[in-house]
Design a protein around this ligand. Structure first.
Ligand code: AMP
Length: 126
């Protein structure tokens, strides 16, 4: 079982920002910048060739929500989406990276501190 399937099953903890029946969004444990988030489908798909269009649509809707959440809670200047395949994909479970960009170089905070800034009372409502 890959590490993201273990997060979905609850075997491994994660700093969850959004969850429904289809997708899960959580903070990357080794962030490139503060607020670096991953969005994954709950069903196991390997990569862009494997995932179905309906699930991809759900991922995109969630990406919009996470972009809005990060933009409103962190003082970032832009947001990049990245999705790796083949040799570039370390964890073999489809995931979309949401990576905030800051004009000024930021000190990397502990993930829990970023989580505390981002956590939203209305997480279930997009
Ligand atoms: P990729 O190279 O696209 O496969 O990236 C995999 C990402 O998963 C990396 O940015 C890792 O830091 C991240 N990652 C690996 N394990 C965990 C975990 N247990 N919780 C959160 N993020 C993780």
């Amino acid at each position: 079982m890959d590490i993201f399937c273990k997060i979905i099953s609850g075997e491994i903890p994660a700093y969850k920002l959004y969850e429904d029946d289809i997708v899960l969004a959580f903070l990357d444990i080794n962030p490139q910048t503060n607020g670096h988030t991953l969005i994954i489908p709950k069903k196991h798909f390997l990569d862009i060739d494997d995932i179905d269009n309906e699930t991809l649509k759900k991922i995109t809707e969630t990406a919009r929500y996470i972009k809005k959440l990060i933009s409103s809670k962190l003082d970032c200047d832009g947001i990049t989406f990245v999705q790796n395949n083949g040799e570039c994909e370390e964890v073999k479970h489809y995931h979309l990276h949401v990576i905030p960009h800051y004009k000024e170089k930021q000190e990397l905070l502990d993930v829990i501190d970023v989580y505390n800034k981002l956590k939203d009372e209305n997480l279930k409502e997009k």
